[in-house]
Design a protein around this ligand. Structure first.
Ligand code: ADP
Ligand code: MP5
Length: 266
């Protein structure tokens, strides 16, 4: 059984963050473990508070896992603030990490700053160079690069700039584009496109968390980056097609194993 670790924030309503990651891991038939960086007070309508976990507890959660268990892939999501980022980077650097997916979570769909503004530099300096693949959405790619991104050409330019910051691969996600949901992977030489029609739904809470966890699961299982993202893109597309309302706001995506098994993704 492959063993996957998510280092991220807790979403009390279960659509994003640690909860989406663990559901995605389970649907992929891998064993999920978690290091919680922050607890958010969140429902489908918004984020109403955050309690950061102390750096010492974050460090010790990571250490006890790696000192005991061999981890096939790690996904990093919400990292909240500079001190948290430095702790994660320093602690992970003591271990040999096979596959590291960094989702540079910044602002929730409901508009809450999950990453403090001044922590952007720490994320760029400490986490991006460690990443196998970094998965910014368009607003995140804009913040990281300073570019305005409206077209596929802009996405390619952003991927190029982010690639120079040190990750092995960059996946710029086009969920926020107007037409098709096109994601672009850059390996320093070649761009690979992952297209899917835009699904007309408001229930996209946790799509980025889900995609990055699906990529980590597939890398952990030994797939190449191109295949890992292809399968993950199919997973997120089915997850959004089958998303549903659980409250008054933005509902979650679907993680039930049977659906993905039937689609030949697992
Ligand atoms: N309405 C949609 N229809 C189809 N795919 C979508 C839609 N919204 C997002 N996606 C896909 O979901 C994944 C997550 O993208 P995105 O929503 O941009 O991330 P984030 O949650 O970080 O903002 C990407 O593969 C993107 O193309
Ligand atoms: C704890 C946590 N992590 C990540 C997200 C981003 O998800 P989304 O962009 O869908 O709001 C979130 N809302 N909460």
């Amino acid at each position: 059984m492959k063993k996957l670790l998510t280092i991220a924030g807790s979403d009390s309503c279960g659509g994003a963050g640690i909860q989406a990651d663990l559901k995605t891991f389970s649907a992929h038939g891998v064993f999920g473990m978690s290091v919680i960086t922050a607890v958010t007070v969140q429902n489908t309508q918004g984020v109403f508070g955050v309690q950061d976990i102390s750096p010492d507890i974050i460090q010790r959660q990571i250490e006890v896992i790696f000192d005991d268990i061999s981890v096939d892939a790690v996904k990093i999501g919400m990292v909240s603030k500079t001190e948290t980022i430095k702790t994660i980077a320093e602690t992970l650097s003591k271990y040999s990490i096979q596959n590291l997916v960094v989702d540079p979570v910044m602002v929730s769909k409901s508009g809450f700053h999950l990453l403090q503004l001044e922590a952007k530099e720490a994320l760029i300096t400490h986490l991006l160079p460690m990443a196998t693949v970094v998965t910014p959405n368009l607003p995140e790619a804009e913040v990281i690069t300073g570019l305005e991104i409206n077209t596929l050409e802009d996405m390619k330019k952003a991927a190029h700039i982010i690639y120079k910051m040190g990750p092995k691969y960059v996946l710029v996600k086009g969920g926020h584009l107007e037409d098709e949901a096109v994601d672009i992977l850059y390996d320093g030489t070649v761009f690979t496109y992952y297209n899917s029609p835009r699904i007309d739904t408001k229930n996209t809470h946790g799509t980025g968390c889900t995609l990055s966890s699906a990529i980590a699961s597939n890398l952990g299982k030994g797939l190449s980056i191109v295949e890992a993202i292809e399968k993950a893109k199919n997973y997120i597309t089915i997850a959004i097609e089958n998303s549903f309302s659980i409250g008054k706001g933005v509902g979650p995506t679907h993680h039930f194993y049977e659906l993905y098994k039937k689609a030949g993704l697992l």
